[in-house]
Design a protein around this ligand. Sequence first.
Ligand SMILES: [Zn+2]
Length: 158
Amino acid sequence: MDPLTEEEVLTSFKGEREDDVPLPDLTNIPWDDLDYLGWVHPSGHLGYVVIVSPDDGGIKGTILRRGRFDGSKPGLEMCSLCHHVHRPNGTAMFTITHKNAERRHSIGNIVCKDLDCSLRIRNLVQPASYLNETLYPEAKIWRMQMALHRWLRTANRL
Ligand SMILES: [Zn+2]
């Protein structure tokens, strides 16, 4: 994705209830390897996702609740966005509230706990996925973007 400025990132969260969005160091971001900008609050309870909307090209920020994913049994966990297969504790449950206040429900997904799907698809983070997929990186990227867009669109956040 194209590099974003601090102002662009902050503006993308306008209208959200949480007004203190702790920005990551944007000078250290590998923008060329990212499909979305994602980071986690130091407290671990919130996550942040910024994408360029495929609908209108606008920069859209979404705040996500981050909870522990307690799978019913210990074992492998798969990110629902990038399909990276983690050993236990590699994923977290992220939930987004619907933007329309009258429909105040949230929509959750199991996602890489550090919101670093883009780097995992490109094999830039260790350890590699437990399950080796014979898909081209381009296909993985496309699949991940589709899943992310579907999620955000369902919550009326694209
Ligand atoms: Zn992922």
